[in-house]
Write a protein that binds this ligand. Structure first.
Ligand code: NAI
Length: 335
C-alpha cells in the first residue's frame, strides 16, 4: 500500500560498493516492506560532475529520509580529497559508530563464541583532518577530543548496553601516554557511568586490549572507544568472526542513521562480481530493525546466516565459488 512506503537514501559508493548494494537491496525488496530507494551518487568519480565527492543532495536526502544504506567509498592515500565517509559522518553529526562482532554459526574461524559490540566515536580524534607541515620534514596531526563528544558517545554506549541486556562497558584508552586527551575521554565515561549502576564499567589500555582480545574475546562485552582505536580494533574483531566481508555497522546521529559495512571498496576484487555482500546485508538487517521491522529483520538475518552455515553458495573469501548475486539469490530462496 502506498501509505506504507518508506523512502530510504541509497549510496552505492564505488569499488565493490555497487555490487554488494545490488545484492542487498534485492533481498530487502524481496521482503516487500514498501521500502523505496532514493539512489545517490558520491565518491571520487562524481567529483568531476559536481565539483565535490559528496554533492549537497546526498546530505539533504539523508536529512529528509532520516535513514540511509551506504556502500563503501574509496579515499586516496597520502593526498587527494578528504575521506567522503568521514565527511558524511561529521557533516550529518553521526557521532556513534556501532559495530557488532558476532560469531556466525557454522563459519570456521579461530573463535566460536565472539559476541562484542564496538562503540566508536565517529566525529573527532585524529580524524579531524587537522594536519600541517611545521617545517619541511616535520608534520603535525591534531588529535581533538572534546568533552561534548566524549560524553555523548559514552552515553550512547551505556544506553545501548542497558537496552540490549549487555552487562559491561569497557572504555579503551592510552591515557598513560595521552594524559589530557584520553584522560578527558575516560573522565567523561566515568561521569556517565554514574547514571548506569546496573552496568559494570572497566577501563583498559588499548595495547593490552589487543593482546587480551586475541587471547580470549569472551572477557569483553561493549567496547567504548575514540575514533582511531575504534577503527583499528573493529577490524581486529572482524578478523575474529570471519573477516571484513561479514561485519555490519551503523552510524547514528540525532534522528539520523546511516547503515554501512565495516569494509572498504576492496579495489583488489572490484568489478569481478565476487565480493561478499554479507556485511552490507547484515547492515540492512540493522536498518530494518531500526525502521521497526524487527520480525522481517530477523527473517533476513536467519536467511543470510543459513546460507553461510550451509557453505555451498558462498563467495571466494569464504572458500566458496559463488558470485555476489548467486549468494543473494540463495538468501532470497531462504527467506
Ligand atoms: P578493504 O576493506 O576495502 O579491503 C581489505 C581486504 O578485505 C581486501 O583484500 C579486500 O578484498 C577484502 N574485502 C573487503 N571487503 C570484502 C568483501 N565484502 N568481500 C570480500 N573481500 C572483502 O580495505 P582497504 O583496502 O584498506 O581500503 C580500500 C578503500 O576503501 C580505501 O580507499 C579506503 O579508504 C576505503 N574504505 C572505505 C570505507 C567506507 O566507505 N566506509 C571503510 C574502509 C575503507
Amino acid at each position: 500500500m502506498a501509505s506504507k512506503s518508506r523512502l530510504v537514501s541509497l549510496i552505492p559508493g564505488d569499488g565493490i560498493g555497487p555490487e554488494v548494494t545490488e545484492a542487498t537491496i534485492r533481498v530487502v525488496d524481496a521482503l516487500k516492506l514498501g521500502i523505496e530507494w532514493e539512489p545517490l551518487e558520491a565518491g571520487g568519480e562524481v567529483a568531476i560532475k559536481y565539483g565535490t565527492v559528496i554533492p549537497d543532495h546526498v546530505f539533504s536526502s539523508v536529512q529528509k529520509n532520516g535513514v540511509a544504506l551506504k556502500g563503501p567509498i574509496t579515499t586516496p592515500i597520502g593526498g587527494g580529497f578528504t575521506s567522503a565517509n568521514v565527511t558524511i559522518r561529521k557533516k550529518l553529526g553521526l557521532y556513534a559508530n556501532l559495530r557488532p562482532a558476532l560469531s556466525i554459526p557454522g563459519l570456521k574461524t579461530r573463535y566460536e563464541d565472539v559476541d562484542l559490540i564496538v562503540v566508536r566515536e565517529n566525529t573527532e580524534d585524529l580524524y579531524s583532518g587537522l594536519e600541517h607541515i611545521v617545517v619541511p620534514g616535520v608534520v603535525e596531526s591534531l588529535k581533538i577530543i572534546t568533552e561534548g563528544a566524549s560524553l555523548a558517545i559514552a552515553k550512547f554506549a551505556f544506553e545501548y548496553a542497558r537496552k540490549n541486556g549487555r552487562k559491561m562497558v569497557t572504555a579503551v584508552h592510552k591515557a598513560n601516554i595521552m594524559k589530557l586527551s584520553d584522560g578527558l575521554f575516560l573522565e567523561c565515561a566515568r561521569r556517565i557511568w554514574k547514571d548506569f549502576p546496573d552496568i559494570e564499567y572497566r577501563e583498559i589500555i588499548v595495547d593490552n586490549l589487543c593482546m587480551q582480545l586475541v587471547t580470549d574475546p569472551t572477557r569483553f562485552d561493549v567496547l567504548l572507544m575514540e575514533n582511531l582505536y575504534g577503527d583499528i580494533i573493529s577490524d581486529l574483531c572482524a578478523g575474529m568472526v570471519g573477516g571484513l566481508g561479514v561485519m555490519p555497522a551503523a552510524n547514528i546521529g540525532p534522528g539520523l542513521a546511516v547503515f554501512e559495512a565495516v569494509h572498504g571498496s576492496a579495489p583488489d576484487i572490484a568489478g569481478r562480481g565476487v565480493a561478499n555482500p554479507t556485511a552490507l546485508m547484515l547492515s540492512a538487517v540493522m536498518m530494518l530493525k531500526h525502521l521497526g521491522h524487527e520480525e522481517e529483520g530477523l527473517r533476513m538475518e536467519r536467511a543470510v546466516l543459513g546460507v553461510l552455515k550451509e557453505g555451498t553458495t558462498v563467495t571466494p573469501d569464504m572458500k566458496g565459488s559463488a558470485s555476489t548475486l548467486e549468494f543473494s539469490d540463495a538468501v532470497i530462496a531462504k527467506l
